[in-house]
Design a protein around this ligand. Structure first.
Ligand SMILES: Cc1cc2nc3c(=O)[nH]c(=O)nc-3n(C[C@H](O)[C@H](O)[C@H](O)COP(=O)(O)OP(=O)(O)OC[C@H]3O[C@@H](n4cnc5c(N)ncnc54)[C@H](O)[C@@H]3O)c2cc1C
Length: 407
């Protein structure tokens, strides 16, 4: 019986197990995760989890699901190495586990700031349930929160903490929020919204010096200004957990390099989710994405590969982020050199930014505009030519724009 070992306990690993179960193949499946919890929903950690009175981990599947389907689960087991010659993995502590097929679903880890190296009791990053539990506890008695980084996770934490009545300052080193992933229109809208919600956002601003007293950071200097802090959250992005793959000599390039079937440079090893650098058919280049959609769809793709029914990964990327009362949804991968058209009125709190290459819609960012997002996913996939001026007209439902053209 084929022995399949999955390294990781996140969205990709859980979906891979589910897809293998659905395939009804006669296999032995083992999931090894260094976390102490069964795979759970990560997105709530920066949103509801921090503010709920009695938050619970939202497990992706109950313990009985794994047991009922004979999936062996090994929690708290960090995989330390892969020996490709003997087709075994080694756990910290020395135990070796054989595999016929190995699936790396190791995700990412939070990027850290050298300023805070060495660790301080009140400086946090947020990646895991345990991180969220620690942060949540510390936040209860805190008043002044400093968030470093104006990306999705930093903004979500800032919004949630402001809702909790905390005094929140957010520093972003770049000239605008979400500078690497969103349009200037969305950045400007979010800046205004977060400021209106009471978050003191400062762009093009970095910490100059840190005031450490004992184990904690008591404040930071920004230029000549001293900001007292109770809690600091560093949200400056994530780096792929591709170390295991690198040590094993697999091709890596900002993530584990995979082909369109999720195969690494070793035919017995696949990789899925946030940790992969994969060929994007739409963009014509290798990219790495951090989203639940990508993790789930790559997991399904890998299961097809393993079961001998390979189908290339062509799923349209999509993503969401909840920041206070604002829901951002993105379909496709925004390319900043594509032509942008704004549909709707940002001052009304509901609009979309459409990206075009010629008359083909390539990506859409929607703010509180779920219908646009759903329509965009279909239009982008279909690559039907669309007149920009019709698409920009909020009086015409986006789903009808292409049909109207044909008529
Ligand atoms: C706070 C937060 C909010 C988010 N919000 C959103 C959102 O709103 N929308 C969205 O689309 N995405 C969101 N994301 C991103 C989303 O959670 C990730 O894209 C998704 O979790 C990726 O799944 P994955 O399985 O590839 O990686 P992960 O979920 O990170 O899982 C990787 C797993 O591998 C384990 N692991 C790593 N190395 C080893 C090892 N050597 N041995 C054993 N186990 C190992 C890790 O501990 C972890 O359990 C958010 C992420 C965070 C952290």
């Amino acid at each position: 019986m084929k022995r399949i070992v999955v390294v990781g306990g996140g969205h990709a690993a859980a979906q891979f197990c589910a897809s293998m179960i659905e395939s009804k193949e006669d296999i032995q499946l083992l999931l090894v995760s260094d976390e102490a919890h069964l795979p759970y929903q990560r997105p709530p950690l920066s949103k509801t989890y921090l503010k709920d009175d009695a938050p619970e981990a939202a497990l992706l599947r109950a313990a009985s699901y794994y047991a009922d389907h004979n999936v062996a689960v090994r929690l708290g087991g960090k995989v330390a190495d892969i020996d490709r010659a003997s087709q075994t993995i080694g756990l910290e502590g020395g135990e070796r586990i054989p595999y016929d097929v190995l699936v790396l679903a190791t995700g990412t880890r939070a990027r850290t700031l050298p300023l805070f190296e060495g660790g301080h009791a009140n400086v946090f990053t947020l990646r895991t349930l345990d991180d969220a539990a620690r942060l949540r506890e510390r936040l209860q008695s805190a008043q002044n929160l400093l968030v470093v980084g104006g990306g999705f996770i930093g903004l979500e934490i800032a919004a949630t903490s402001a809702q909790l009545g905390k005094s929140v300052t957010l520093l972003e080193a770049a000239p605008r929020l979400l500078g690497r992933s969103s349009s200037p229109e969305v950045s400007a809208y979010l800046l205004e919204k977060h400021r209106a919600a009471g978050v003191d956002i400062r762009v093009q601003t970095a910490i100059d010096r840190v005031d450490v007293q004992g184990e904690a950071v008591k404040g930071v200097w920004v230029g000549n200004e001293y900001l007292p802090v109770d809690v600091i959250v560093v949200g400056i992005g994530a780096v792929p957990n591709d170390d295991l793959a690198r040590q094993a000599g697999l091709a890596c390039d900002n993530g584990v390099v995979v082909d369109a079937h999720m195969r690494t440079s070793d035919p017995a090893i696949l990789a899925i989710g946030d940790c992969t650098a994969f060929p994007s058919a739409a963009l014509g280049r290798r990219i790495r994405l951090e989203s639940v959609q990508n993790a789930n769809d790559q997991a399904r793709c890998a299961a097809l590969t393993v079961t001998g029914k390979p189908a290339p990964y062509t799923a349209l990327p999509w993503f969401w982020s909840d920041q206070g009362a604002v829901r951002i949804q993105i379909a496709g991968v925004p390319e900043q050199d594509h032509v942008r058209v704004v549909r709707g009125d940002p001052s009304q709190g509901k609009f979309s930014v459409l990206y075009f290459e010629g008359d083909v819609l390539t990506s859409v960012e929607s703010i509180n505009a779920a219908a646009d997002h759903i329509a965009a996913r279909k239009l982008i996939t279909a690559r039907t030519p669309i007149p920009m001026e019709r698409a920009a007209d909020p009086a015409i439902p986006l789903k009808d724009v292409a049909a109207s053209t044909a008529a």
